[in-house]
Design a protein around this ligand. Structure first.
Ligand SMILES: [Zn+2]
Length: 146
């Protein structure tokens, strides 16, 4: 079961973009920390069980293979301030705005299960595409790099 917070586990396009997001936020006086990058299907299924067949509250609507974390094209962040990691909605809204300006998709705008700490870029691929073996191109670039 693998659940990484190492940015090097992400697709190269996402590695660059995550670093850029953190840099831009820092420049604005908003320290951010990456808390999750790549998860294998087994870890995703364990998270899905939480609040359903296992104790805890629901943290995801995605089973293994249905999260972009499983395909190295999503990451989560928190505010890097002890005691205020997830409580500052303004921090996440600003981070989401910066990320969307860069060309990514922010979980805070998901329909249904809103996921404010979540950031992704798939180049338009769905998880169904990726379960079927399609991948974000190795040389993919987000809007901010073009
Ligand atoms: Zn996430």
């Amino acid at each position: 079961m693998l659940d990484s917070r190492d940015v090097k586990e992400l697709h190269p396009c996402l590695q660059r973009a995550a670093a850029e997001l953190i840099r831009r936020l820092k420049e604005e006086g908003r320290p951010a920390l990456i808390t999750s990058t790549y998860r294998d299907f087994e870890k995703q299924n364990a998270l899905y069980a939480q609040g359903r067949t296992a104790p805890g509250k629901k943290v995801t609507n995605a089973q293994g293979g249905f999260s972009n974390h499983n395909f190295r094209v999503a990451f989560d962040i928190c505010k890097n301030v002890k005691g205020a990691e997830f409580s500052d909605a303004e921090f996440f809204k600003r981070a989401g705005a910066v990320w969307e300006e860069m060309g990514g998709v922010w979980g805070g705008n998901f329909k249904g299960f809103t996921d404010m700490p979540h950031f992704e870029y798939t180049g338009g691929l769905t998880t169904a595409d990726m379960r079927g073996g399609r991948k974000l191109a190795e040389d993919a670039k987000m809007k901010w790099e073009k």
